[in-house]
Ligand binder design. Structure first.
Ligand SMILES: Cc1cc2nc3c(=O)[nH]c(=O)nc-3n(C[C@H](O)[C@H](O)[C@H](O)COP(=O)(O)OP(=O)(O)OC[C@H]3O[C@@H](n4cnc5c(N)ncnc54)[C@H](O)[C@@H]3O)c2cc1C
Length: 675
């Protein structure tokens, strides 16, 4: 038989087993490309789950496809390029920020302005949704139908070669009747959760595919756990607005590796993997895991009181871990999760990659085993390699995010990049973004992770961390139970913040003082609550700006009111300075100015502003000019004094102070709101 005669021809029937994303993508690509080649194909998608609404032209299937439902920027770009415009009613939430929650601090990554990331429901669950249960899979299936595919509802039980050498499917129709479906080519796109939670390697259909190609070995999978909480849009808007979280650790009793928190309308989807899930008996242990997870301190900090939210649904699907070997034979091939997907991320993108490549192969190269190996086999090899590199990437990042010391170094490196480097030259944050979003192949991620630019950032992070730890010890700054949050102001945002502060105070802040630092933190609390905490500045009960060797006391006036004076004294060095509150604007801004004994034109500003999500942002601005002195001796003396107050000490002290203020305010605020 000639090579050409083995590719799909006019009038051939193609059967696709499974109407999930892989099946729909395959149908769409196949039909579009066939039309381009002037070939007419009869494409039948066999889907075991029936439609939610029998009579309508909606292709939403009953139930769910067990997924966190995050659409990566890379997949979104592909959908756009192919004119597959996801309707607004399907998009449950746009994402602006991705947080990686590590042991030391949390990394906030901005979704690039030219990229889009969003969340969707895949199927019709959770059942409490209002209106039409619009899901991503139903949308794709509808697009496949628009291209000319037919849908046949029923479960494919087996595949075998018929007497003609063509594959033949045994389909159990919804009526219970068992029928045959002959095709010139079959694409198996069943995913691995046809029977949710069971190892698909034991599936009858997969066993029959093995008989058609004994070299085919299905990939391995592991247990995952997903649940949806019905928390309400207001709550999500306040606490996790246009953000998603990846939490990289659990607790001693809840050994988690990776958990995603994804807001969707009024629901929050939580998807997790880890040793505790591998070892759990599900669904028996579901309630316990949900409760233990929601009461973890790191979760309560992000989502206060979440443990009381009603559970809308839960499931324990399996997630692919390795890629199948030889997932094709004469006139059939396996795509999507049933072959494998990218480790821990972006499974829908892999489904698209395998589906589109197979469509090209069967139309251009052929449907026999050799042609499939040559064409489609390349994508399978890409997946094998990607997962191999992915395992290395995740092994390294687990160390980076879960070991407190390494996590602290990573955070410091990340924060330093934001502080001193331009937007376009932040190699570590680029790599972290690629890991978190799944927007790049893991080979590329690993290469960049081990590249000079990232290693240089990490090395400088290590040096800064060592120095900071030494100074924290010296000044007696303890973190204890306080959460650690980034307080760095991005280099490109500093001027804007400075202008806002200046206009709020109605004064100039000085173009380029010798020393200038800004810090910000988002706080869940009101202006009053934050100012109440700041009023403790210099008071014995204050938990922030308490330093060994430095006596800081409010010595005059009423806290937070003009005239209040805070005295700094270093008895050992015989040095001291006084900060006088010279201006206050409503509940928003306090301006302290420092007497000119040690420095000139010194200012310390506290400013509270509302954020778009109904919270507050506390900013701190501090700036001064060093004293210069007149004669040589005096100049030398002031130069020496500079060394006593290096800039980074302010970073350490104010970072600790802001995290402490945040924690104290939120603790009270959340306590007041709890039932
Ligand atoms: C916990 C978890 C979270 C995830 N989160 C994300 C995420 O946020 N983003 C992302 O991109 N990916 C995510 N994934 C991966 C993603 O869900 C899969 O990669 C994707 O669903 C694969 O699509 P598929 O079409 O191959 O399989 P599926 O989506 O499983 O679809 C298979 C379809 O085949 C049908 N079917 C099965 N057997 C038969 C049969 N015998 N006869 C007829 N029909 C049949 C099923 O009913 C189903 O409709 C996640 C996976 C898990 C487990």
């Amino acid at each position: 038989m000639s090579f050409q005669s083995m590719s799909l021809q006019n009038g051939d029937r193609v059967a696709i087993v499974g109407g999930g994303p892989a099946g729909s993508f395959f149908a769409i690509h196949l039909l579009r490309e066939a039309r381009h080649l002037h070939r007419q194909l009869d494409v039948v998608i066999v889907e075991k789950r029936g439609p939610t609404d029998q009579g309508s032209d909606d292709y939403q299937c009953k139930g769910c496809n067990f997924c966190a439902g995050l659409i990566s920027p890379r997949l979104n770009e592909i959908l756009g390029a192919q004119g597959l415009v996801v309707p607004d009613e399907i998009i449950q939430g746009h994402i602006d920020y991705v947080w990686i929650h590590g042991q030391w601090k949390n990394f906030r990554l901005r979704v690039p302005k030219d990229a889009q990331m969003y969340s969707v429901f895949r199927g019709s669950l959770p059942g409490r949704r209002m209106g039409r249960p619009a899901g991503f899979d139903g949308f794709l299936l509808g697009e496949a139908v628009k291209e000319g595919a037919r849908i046949q509802y029923g479960e494919v039980q087996a595949i075998a070669y018929g007497a003609s050498g063509m594959p033949n499917l045994t389909v159990r129709a919804p009526s219970g009747e068992v029928v045959s479906l002959h095709a010139s080519f079959v694409s198996i796109a069943t995913g691995i959760n046809a029977h949710c939670g069971f190892d698909y390697r034991d599936d009858g259909l997969i066993a029959s595919a093995k008989r058609m190609n004994p070299a085919f070995v299905p990939g391995k999978s592991r247990k995952a756990f997903i649940f949806e909480l019905d928390v309400g849009e207001d709550y999500l808007g306040r606490n996790i607005n246009r953000e998603i979280y990846f939490i990289e650790y659990g607790s001693k009793h809840l050994a988690l590796e990776h958990t995603a928190l994804i807001p969707k309308g009024r629901f929050l989807t939580v998807a997790m993997i880890g040793k505790c899930i591998d070892e759990a008996v599900l669904p028996r242990d579901s309630q316990r895991i949900v409760r233990d997870f929601l009461t973890l301190p790191q979760i309560d900090r992000i989502l206060p009181g979440i443990a009381a939210a009603p559970l809308a649904c839960a499931c324990a699907p399996r997630m692919t871990v390795t890629t199948a070997t030889f997932p094709f034979g004469d006139r059939f091939a396996i795509i999507g999760d049933a072959v494998g997907s990218r480790l821990n991320k972006d499974g829908l993108y892999s489904a698209h990659a395998t589906a589109s490549r197979l469509a090209e192969t069967v139309l251009h190269d052929g449907v026999d085993k050799q042609a499939l190996a040559r064409g489609y086999g390349k994508t399978v090899k890409w997946l094998v390699a990607d997962n191999r590199f992915g395992r290395m990437v995740f092994a390294v990042s687990r160390v980076a995010f879960t070991m407190p010391v390494v996590s602290r170094i990573m955070y410091q490196a990340f924060a330093t990049e934001f502080k001193v480097r331009d937007e376009r030259s932040r190699p570590l944050s680029v790599v972290l973004w690629k890991i978190a979003s799944g927007t790049a192949d893991y080979r590329e991620v690993l290469r960049e992770m081990c590249g000079y630019a990232v290693l240089r950032s990490i090395l400088s992070g290590a040096v800064v961390t060592l120095r900071n730890v030494a100074f924290e010890l010296l000044f007696g700054l303890k973190w204890g139970e306080y959460g650690r949050y980034p307080t760095v102001v991005l280099k490109e945002k500093r001027e804007v913040l400075k202008e806002q502060l200046a206009s709020g105070l109605g004064m100039e802040l000085g173009k380029s003082p010798d020393f200038e630092r800004m810090y910000v933190i988002k706080i869940r609390g009101s202006e009053e609550e934050i100012m109440e905490e700041i009023a403790k500045f210099g008071q014995p009960q204050a938990r922030f700006v308490k330093l060994r060797f430095v006596d800081i006391r409010q010595v005059q006036g009423i806290p937070n009111q003009v005239g209040s004076v805070i005295r700094y004294r270093i008895p050992l060095a015989g040095l001291g300075a006084k900060l006088r509150l010279t201006k206050s604007v409503g509940f928003e801004t306090l301006l302290y100015q420092v007497d000119e004994r040690l420095v000139d034109r010194a200012k310390l500003i506290f400013n509270v502003t509302p954020t778009k999500d109904g919270n507050r942002r506390l900013s701190i601005y501090t700036a001064f000019d060093y004293k210069k002195g007149k004669g040589l001796a005096s100049r030398m003396m002031w130069k020496g004094a500079r060394l006593l107050f290096p800039g980074f000490v302010h970073d350490i002290v104010w970072n600790h102070a802001l995290c402490t203020i945040k924690e104290e305010v939120e603790r009270k605020h959340d306590h007041a709101l709890r039932p």
